[in-house]
Design a protein around this ligand. Structure first.
Ligand code: PBG
Length: 338
């Protein structure tokens, strides 16, 4: 009998490579799968007609005027992507300290929601609840004596959410990280008979440098390049705190939660899925998109492979779905691989 010198117990009875050796077998042993059902596409909108401008820091992502957006949505719907999340770009002169524009029923987001719902009634539409696209200082709430005032901000956010629900959006997504906003919004929606409008809360949102290109896209960094949101967004060092945030939002009536950013926080997604029992979504944010896109443009990594690998890592960590700027490309790849 041939003897080996390795003292590893089962060698060579167990050869892990056997299962990996052929394509059919690799398919059979796949533990996680990505499908088009997992995708949410974030979209940037801007006022006007016939506008489709590429965002410099996010090659391949555009700010679209509503007419152009509808064209893009034809493809989104044809590919079977379940939902989109809308983010408005606002001109400087329409911004103020309290984000007044957020409450107008004829603002760009509300107009766009109505248009989408008319053309594509079955496409899920998610609206961001936060004031940063509308405030002249770029914070998610109103600033009083140099601080973002929690309770006054929550009152405005309730009105903003109600405004979006009235325009017909399916899901409101508070991304502001104020305390108590989920409960306040849930109550306000219910009092106004929007009991079926879902709340997808950005429950664990970190004060992250990976949002840089997004702030460029919505124009919320026009005053300060590195606006500091650490008095309301979470510190990257913390993980138990994320679980508290998620549990609080669940007790306040959240239907689903988001962990944001995505790839640097896979451990948080994993914990939320294991410990909290609620649908959890990863937000692969603008900085993550730009890193993958620009590295591949320089020939350092393969775009399609890196894109797919990043998305499956979210699924493996326990995410039920992913908000990704790659959603269209991913959906196309998934389709062509069948
Ligand atoms: C703000 C908001 C941000 C993003 C979504 N909503 C940025 C921020 O908190 O400054 C970031 C998304 C991205 O980077 O792709 N309400």
């Amino acid at each position: 009998m041939k003897k080996n010198n390795y003292n590893t117990g089962s060698f060579p009875l167990t050869r892990m490579r056997r299962n990996r050796s052929k394509g059919f077998s690799r398919r059979l042993i796949k533990e996680n799968h990505l499908s088009v059902d997992d995708l949410i596409l974030p979209l940037f909108i801007t006022k006007g007609k016939n506008i489709s401008e590429e965002i410099k820091s996010m090659p391949g992502v555009f700010r679209s005027s509503p007419d152009q957006l509808l064209k893009l949505l034809e493809e989104v719907v044809a590919l079977g992507i379940p939902a989109v999340a809308l983010f408005p770009h606002t001109e400087k002169d329409l911004k103020d300290n309290s984000g007044t524009l957020a409450l107008r029923e004829d603002n760009l987001v509300c107009q766009t929601v109505r248009l989408i719902k008319k053309e594509f009634p079955k496409l899920g539409v998610i609206c961001d609840v936060a004031l940063d696209p509308y405030t002249d200082h770029g914070h998610d709430g109103i600033v009083i004596d140099g601080e973002v005032d929690n309770d006054r901000t929550v009152e405005i956010l309730c009105k903003q959410a109600l405004n979006q629900a009235a325009a017909g959006c399916d899901i409101v997504a508070p991304s502001d990280m104020m305390d108590g906003r989920v409960l306040a919004i849930r109550k306000r929606l219910d009092e106004n008979e929007f009991t079926n409008t879902q709340i997808m809360s950005y429950a664990a949102k970190y004060a992250s440098s990976f949002y840089g290109p997004f702030r460029d896209a919505v124009g919320s960094n026009s005053h300060k390049m590195n606006i500091d949101k650490s008095s309301y967004q979470m510190s990257p060092e913390n993980s138990d705190e994320a679980i508290r945030e998620v549990n609080l939002d669940i007790s306040e009536g959240a239907d689903m939660v988001i962990v944001k950013p995505g790839m640097p926080y896979l451990d948080i997604i994993y914990r939320v899925k294991k410990e909290c029992n609620i649908p959890v979504f990863a937000y692969q944010v603008s900085g993550e998109y730009s890193m993958i896109t620009l590295a591949s443009k320089n020939g350092y990594i393969d775009l399609n492979k890196a894109m797919m690998e990043s998305l499956i890592s979210f699924k493996r960590s326990g995410a039920d779905g992913v908000l990704s700027y790659f959603s269209i490309e991913i959906a196309k790849l998934l389709k062509s691989n069948i």
